[in-house]
Design a protein around this ligand. Structure first.
Ligand code: SIN
Ligand code: FE2
Length: 213
């Protein structure tokens, strides 16, 4: 088998769990996303938020769209304004929303119209503990997650915290979509190993698209 054919096979969509799909390289090359990201960050820079329990998150976050996900001592929620500036979050670029809609459709969830994009930045050592995405209003809408930069290990578990998670390698340009029976699956990111990526340097960026409101 030719190397081309092999890499083609390796990059075919694959099921992580029922209603959870890995779309390898779907967002490649990702350069336009990163350019647009620069304009978002100029208005709403990354920040390390506090959990309700008072822990500073190792992942730096910001948002774009009509609603942004925030956490502080009062709890987790979506807010139309950035608490750092009191101003609305930057608009979701049409290209971001289009990509998310395309990916959702490819994974079997047509008609996805995100109104929120949570943007995560992982430096080496940063991690995201197992959690469910459950602050959104409508669990019929999937989550679309785009990975850029350094490779990470995605932990994808079941509907209870106790279920042992699968470990999935997420590379630059990969997209994961989960909805339906998997919508409330526990998931997280293992501590990020150090490395260098030509487009993001020493970090990983993740965009998760949601229909929050
Ligand atoms: C998230 O669960 O919000 C982000 C997951 C990831 O960084 O891949
Ligand atoms: Fe999540």
């Amino acid at each position: 088998m030719s190397p081309d054919l092999l890499s083609g096979l390796a990059r075919a969509p694959s099921a992580i769990a029922p209603d959870a799909t890995l779309l390898p390289g779907f967002a490649a090359p990702g350069t336009e996303l990163l350019e647009q990201l620069g304009s978002i960050l100029a208005v709403a820079p990354f920040r390390h938020m506090l959990t309700p329990g008072g822990h500073r998150m190792s992942v730096a976050m910001t948002s774009a769209g009509a609603l942004g996900w925030v956490t502080d001592r009062r709890g987790y929620r979506y807010d139309p304004c950035d608490p750092e500036t009191g101003r609305p979050w930057p608009a979701l670029p049409a290209s971001f929303a289009g990509l998310a809609q395309h990916a959702a459709e490819a994974a079997g969830f047509p008609g996805f119209t995100p109104d929120s994009c949570l943007i995560n930045r992982y430096a080496p050592g940063a991690q995201l503990a197992l959690h469910q995405d459950r602050n959104e209003r409508d669990f019929d809408q999937p989550i679309v997650s785009v990975s850029l930069g350094l490779t990470a290990t995605f932990l994808f578990g079941g509907l209870t915290r106790a279920a042992r998670p699968s470990r999935i390698r997420l590379e630059h340009g990969d997209i994961v979509v989960w909805g339906g029976a998997a919508r409330l699956a526990f998931h997280g990111i293992a501590p990020l190993p150090a490395g260098f990526h030509p487009l993001t340097g020493s970090c990983r960026i993740n965009l998760t698209f949601r229909r929050a409101g």
